[in-house]
Ligand binder design. Structure first.
Ligand code: ZN
Length: 420
């Protein structure tokens, strides 16, 4: 074999061979340029219709980036062709190894999108000597593609949650499957939290699949409940611990605020800056924080009572039998009597209205910790992506970061893998 034949073999592009190779230095970086020629008798493919044509209409020399060859940045130089297609007119040919509308090969594009699963786009851009917008574009398209090709078979439990994005009251909803083919994972991120805001999700998820959903895990918010009831006729709704506790913590914080308002100077000092230690679980507090909490609970009876009830409420989820859970709940409510804890009374009324859905966990032990975990993860992704104006991209990054489509894979890929 001739030396260039080795390169042709290593490159492995059908219909092309390496005619020449040169090494040049530019901006202090060594690059290898492989000049590719077409094998004789090859046909040109019309890009819109796939028609195979013998003759070219016109041509020019194109350079594209490929995977690094040893320590060299690698550039492929070849003749790119326009064809005169009887169906489409004069069109650019389609080449299998090229990433659409980018000056890079599919292999390189694939490596870039893989790296974007674990690195920031700026880091990938630096590493690969590409513009960050190119990298972002590649990553976005790759996630979009993965998202359309997802396996959604066998999903029967969906969870929905919300996060606030940016300043002000701007909410996004996060929809996860809790029992999909790859375990719990995020399916969709959309703007808003009203009933109609979830429509794009249902369109993507499909009518047939929605019919198979038996359980929905969510907060006691009308928009989500109505949307799920409309699209999943046989659904049972479960209000999970994470969401219910969030309402209780809000109530506790309201008690704290009310007490602060009526407090004298000394009490105000004790209450000041205690929100965090008051809302946190007592068992997770150590040292000074624990001491400060005990001091506060020792001097304010109403806060003491509210805190005690908050700490005990989680027990509601420890029962296997609904009857026992219901008794616990009645007992908990009893303790509100004569306490003048208005925010807690409101909370109790809300729980009463939704108690069947809260005790629904007894029938279906879905992995409830998952929703809380992804909420945190989503927040982190948004924080890291701060500065990207592209909301669609940010949503895709959240989905990727919380699902099987974001699993980082080894390189090189197995032989049966077909990039692009
Ligand atoms: Zn054509």
């Amino acid at each position: 074999m001739q030396q260039l034949d080795y390169l042709t073999k290593l490159l492995g592009f059908q219909g092309f061979y390496v005619k020449d190779m040169e090494i040049e230095r530019k901006d202090d970086i060594e690059r290898v340029i492989l000049e590719l020629w077409r094998a004789k008798g090859g046909k040109y493919i019309c890009s819109p219709c796939g028609n195979e044509l013998l003759d070219k209409h016109s041509s020019w020399i194109q350079e594209v980036r490929h995977l690094h060859l040893w320590r060299y940045l690698t550039i492929l130089r070849f003749e790119k062709v326009k064809v005169r297609c009887p169906r489409c007119g004069v069109k650019v040919e389609s080449l299998e190894f090229l990433e659409k509308s980018k000056r890079i090969t599919k292999e390189l594009s694939h490596q870039v999108s893989e790296l974007c699963k674990v690195m920031t786009i700026e880091d990938v851009a630096t590493f690969e000597h590409l513009h960050w917008e190119t990298v972002k574009d590649i990553d976005k398209k790759a996630i979009e593609k993965a998202q359309t090709e997802r396996n959604l078979e066998g999903i029967s439990v969906l969870g929905v949650d919300e996060i606030s994005v940016g300043r002000g009251h701007n909410y996004w909803h996060l929809i996860s499957s809790l029992d999909g083919p790859y375990g719990p994972e995020m399916l969709h991120v959309g703007e808003g939290r009203k009933e109609e805001d979830l429509k794009p999700f249902w369109r993507w998820f499909g009518k047939q699949r929605a019919r198979m959903v038996t359980h929905g895990v969510m907060d006691m918010a009308k928009g989500f409940i109505n949307s799920f009831r409309t699209h999943c006729p046989s659904i049972k709704i479960i209000y999970d611990k994470f969401h219910v506790m969030r309402h209780l913590l809000n109530a506790l914080n309201d008690v704290r605020k009310a007490e602060f308002k009526r407090a004298g100077k000394k009490m105000k000092g004790l209450l000041c800056g205690k929100k965090f230690i008051l809302l946190k679980r007592m068992n997770n507090l150590k040292g000074d924080a624990r001491k400060a909490l005990k001091e506060l609970l020792g001097v304010n009876h109403r806060i003491y009572k509210a805190h005690l009830l908050k700490e005990s409420f989680g027990q509601l989820w420890s029962y296997t039998y609904k009857g026992a859970a219901r008794r616990f709940w009645e007992n908990w409510k009893e303790q509100l009597k004569w306490q003048r804890l208005e925010p807690y009374k409101k909370f109790a009324n809300m729980i009463d209205r939704h108690i069947d859905g809260i005790l629904g966990y007894c029938d279906n032990k879905v992995s409830l910790g998952y929703i809380e975990g992804t909420n945190l993860k989503a927040r982190n992704i948004i924080r890291k992506a701060y500065g990207y104006r592209d909301k669609h991209y940010m949503k895709l990054k959240i989905i990727q970061g919380c699902s099987s489509i974001g699993v980082f894979r080894p390189y090189p890929y197995p032989l049966h893998h077909n990039p692009g």
